[in-house]
Design a protein around this ligand. Structure first.
Ligand code: AHR
Length: 618
């Protein structure tokens, strides 16, 4: 083959093409990137977050058995709390010394010999001062470090200790012993390694932070994904949406929430910390805000009540970029960052398909552009389906002159190879593509190669594709909501996947411009891997009976939709829905478990390749 390049003929700027996307699923924040080691530090876990949670989740007695309330002696109370966002605390009233411990995440806390840990607690006592002995232990209960602090305050007060571990363990515990004859309230029991990434207080894990920094991403999208558009903006509602204003300010005053991925989200890693992280890794921040439409609960903010959502967007821009004497710029400065965070990009909505969103988007767009014309606004297209769902986002974007449109797809490696030319026909004069989520179904070399090939197609089309980021970014091996993922870790180790190596290669060697070239005498293209084989799709039950209805089945390649029969699956039985499939499909359905809340519009995209189904869902 002969390739002739013309360095004097630039075609398109590659700009900020490659970045990363952080979403708190797979315990990406709590139990992951966020360096807090204590799980359920403020006793706010509850069954709204996850069915098996309770206020003492992750707390144990001295023998490692789950900690249970003891009448009068050990209780979780909520009268006279630390603040109105942090209602629960541990009350201990005891004659004898009492020892209990926190398990941390996964197998336990990872302590390293000679490493330093910072303990803190909010406490208040009734009557006499109370001695609190704080220890780091290994899995056998051996003490690796210990220290004491005396609670002397009658009102909530924060106490600190620094502990240096004498040993290394992958399954450690934080152990507390309250002296005898004590009446003491404890809340926000916290332990961080002293060495966080860039030595930030309330910061992120050093090893994971370094893994992110090594990518040299140009931008960082956050905080979701699906989790951004849950529910209302009401901070009193545990099931409410992710509202950025709840995630800044003192950590102990941030209201914990139900993360839509099925666990508690402390919001300790909030917007300030995420802006800070983006800056520390040299990436431009790219926040995603809800657009007043929650497809999970099928709830739309009434038009007359939409303004607070829009104000959230306007205030966020001021928080990031405003002068220190502006209302929200002052809050940023008070948290320790008087300089602006240089926000350039803002996305409204995530994977939007509902007309409700597109009815509301223009109001965001017009007000944001009127006040901040230089902010690049990102409209939203639905997740991939051959054509129709993307069209609404693109139509809206063209009509309102959005700067970019967020497309998402999770497909087979074969799809990525076959669609290398996807963007060749896109219009270079309209809004640009933000490929905000993509991955082929797996963490193998074949997946990574298919993604690399696809990324060449993105670069070739840099005039039309502005930004692209693989998804999801992070996964704790003990809490997998979704796979594949770019970076895997437990409490002790972190490993980049082979897909990570591809992203790193492209990010660290991102060119600045596409230049004209011609190709001649190219070898004939290799045939694509064999066509997908056959498989079956079954509806598998849980312990309860599940009734499903409104099932439709779309072949994503031919865009043909078939309606399937409604039915019930009992116990853990399976009901075949499709006997024979090949290719790439979408199932949508409603279901309700006996005694449960109906879930409407569930969606499952999957491909069948070599007898393996891979699927994502939302
Ligand atoms: O990346 C995982 C999820 O996939 C995101 O939350 C959502 O946007 C998509 O459906």
């Amino acid at each position: 083959p002969t390739i002739t390049v013309h360095p004097d003929q630039p075609l398109a700027d590659l700009g900020d093409l490659y970045g990363i996307f952080f979403e708190d699923l797979n315990h990406a924040a709590d139990g992951g990137l966020y360096a807090e080691m204590v799980q359920n530090r403020s006793f706010e876990f509850c069954s709204v977050d996850a069915p098996d949670y309770h206020a003492l989740t992750a707390w144990e007695d001295a023998q490692g058995a789950p900690l249970t309330p003891a009448p009068l002696a050990l209780r979780v109370l909520s009268d006279a709390p630390l603040n109105s966002n942090n209602l629960h605390y541990l009350q201990i009233d005891t004659h004898d010394p009492r020892t209990f411990r926190n398990h941390g995440y996964g197998q336990g806390m990872a302590f390293r010999r000679d490493a330093v840990y910072r303990f803190s607690v909010f406490a208040r006592k009734l009557y006499a001062p109370v001695t609190l002995t704080v220890a780091l232990t290994d899995d056998a209960g051996q003490i690796l470090a210990s220290g004491e602090t005396v609670v002397t305050s009658d009102d909530w007060h924060q106490y600190f200790l620094t502990l240096t571990s004498r040993g290394t363990t992958a399954a450690g515990r934080l152990q507390l012993t309250v002296s005898g004859n004590a009446h003491v309230s404890l809340d926000m029991i916290s332990l961080f390694p002293k060495d966080t990434f860039h030595h930030r207080i309330n910061g992120v894990r050093e090893d994971i932070g370094e893994q992110l920094a090594a990518l040299h991403p140009r931008f960082m999208r956050f905080p979701g994904g699906c989790l951004v558009h849950d529910g209302s903006l009401d901070p009193r509602d545990r099931d409410a949406g992710y509202r950025w204003k709840n995630t800044i300010g003192p950590v102990e005053a941030r209201p914990a929430r139900r993360n839509s991925w099925g666990y508690n989200q402390t919001l300790g890693l909030g917007y300030y910390e995420l802006f800070q992280l983006a800056e520390d890794i040299g990436a431009k921040p790219l926040p995603v805000l809800p657009g007043g439409w929650d497809p999970h609960h099928q709830w739309a903010a009434p038009m007359a009540e939409l303004q607070p959502f829009i104000d959230d967007a306007l205030d966020l821009i001021e928080f990031a970029n405003g002068p220190v004497d502006s209302e929200w710029g002052a809050k940023r400065a008070a948290m320790g960052h008087p300089q602006p965070f240089h926000l350039e990009y803002l996305a409204i909505g995530n994977e939007e398909v509902g007309q409700e969103f597109f009815d509301r988007y223009p109001r965001f767009h017009n007000q944001i552009k009127a006040r901040y014309p230089d902010i690049k606004l990102i409209n939203s297209a639905g997740p991939f389906a051959a054509g129709s769902e993307f069209d609404r986002g693109w139509t809206s974007a063209r009509q309102h002159h959005s700067d970019l449109v967020d497309e998402h797809y999770y497909m087979s490696p074969r799809w990525f190879l076959a669609n290398q030319h996807r963007y060749d026909t896109y219009d270079a004069h309209g809004p640009k593509v933000f490929l905000g989520e993509y991955a082929s179904h797996g963490n193998t070399w074949a997946n990574a190669l298919a993604e690399a090939s696809y990324m060449i197609g993105l670069e070739r089309n840099a005039a039309k594709v502005g930004l692209a980021c693989y998804a999801p970014l992070l996964c704790n091996t003990d809490y997998v909501n979704w796979r594949p993922d770019l970076i895997w870790y437990d409490q002790q180790h972190v490993t980049g996947s082979v897909n990570y190596d591809v992203q790193k290669l492209f990010m660290t060697h991102q060119g600045s411009q596409n230049i004209a070239h011609e190709e001649a005498n190219l070898p004939a293209p290799l045939p694509l891997p064999a066509a997908p084989t056959t498989g079956a799709v079954r509806f598998q039950g849980a312990d309860a009976d599940i009734t499903y209805s409104n099932i439709s089945y779309t072949d994503l390649l031919s865009d043909t939709t078939t309606q399937l029969a409604d039915g019930t699956v009992t116990g853990q039985d399976q009901v075949p829905l499709l006997a024979k499939t090949s290719g790439y499909f979408r199932l949508t359905f409603d279901f309700v478990k006996t005694g449960g809340r109906p879930d409407k519009g569930m969606r499952l995209d999957f491909g069948v390749v070599d007898d393996q189904h891979r699927f994502g869902w939302s």
